[in-house]
Ligand binder design. Structure first.
Ligand SMILES: Cc1cc2nc3c(=O)[nH]c(=O)nc-3n(C[C@H](O)[C@H](O)[C@H](O)COP(=O)(O)O)c2cc1C
Length: 216
């Protein structure tokens, strides 16, 4: 049996840096090149705190990253998450995160990464990486980041052969719906759960899916 190739991933790198041509600019070019080598279509866009981000709708994956300056993620990226429609347009997008900074990784994981992740709680985060100054131009480290990202994307978009598992409580809730609605809602909830990486549909997942699908 022949298998059809999936459509190539469309990725956008949303980034910020105060240093034109600096280490972050060079890193995103390397990430972009490495991703393009895997067959992905890649674009990059420098963030502005106040801008229209509806263009990200056409991408499958949003890679977001910036340097740390004075303990904070660079201001235009953080600003965009708070002041623009970026967060709204990230709804249900698959995300990869990176930071560039001089601090040791454990400190950066604890202090800096949450500044981004707090805005991305509902998103599927495919991979995340804190690049130390030594790693910024290390092709092996950049390739590892891109490999992790493409593998996680492949897993997240793979069509499952087996049907989704429903907990008893969630199934009871589903069975309580009028029969003419049940099939459509079951499919919608399963697609949502699959996209979000859930393996079991519980009442909590049902509620999330309801909110996401507009009340059902
Ligand atoms: C003004 C300034 C402030 C910085 N503050 C921090 C910091 O608080 N914590 C940290 O881990 N790294 C800090 N760094 C290191 C940068 O995050 C790191 O060098 C990054 O790669 C710079 O990216 P760029 O070349 O794109 O500007 C700082 C660098 C500069 C120039």
């Amino acid at each position: 049996m022949t298998q059809q190739n999936a459509a190539p991933m469309k990725a956008i790198i949303l980034y910020d840096s105060k240093t034109a041509g600096g280490s972050t600019d060079r890193l995103i070019d390397s990430i972009g090149l490495e991703l393009a080598r895997t067959g992905a279509y890649v674009e990059k866009a420098k963030c502005k705190a106040q801008a229209d981000y509806s263009f990200i709708q056409e991408f499958d994956v949003v890679i977001m990253g910036a340097p740390i300056y004075y303990l904070l993620v660079s201001s235009q990226l953080l600003g965009a998450l708070v002041q623009s429609n970026l967060k709204k347009n990230l709804k249900r997008k698959k995300i990869a995160l990176f930071l560039t900074c001089g601090s040791p990784e454990p400190m950066a994981t604890l202090l800096y990464m949450p500044q981004l992740k707090i805005h991305l709680v509902p998103n599927k985060i495919l991979t995340e990486k804190i690049f130390s100054p030594q790693q910024l131009s290390d092709p092996a480290v950049i390739k590892e980041f891109v490999d992790e990202l493409t593998e996680a994307y492949r897993k997240a978009t793979r069509k499952r052969n087996t049907s989704m598992h429903w907990s008893d409580e969630a199934r009871e809730e589903l069975n309580g719906l009028p029969s003419f609605l049940r099939g459509r809602i079951k499919t919608g909830v399963e697609e949502y759960a699959e996209e979000m990486g859930y393996s079991t549909i519980t009442p909590a997942v049902l509620n999330e899916a309801k909110a996401d699908l507009g009340g059902m």
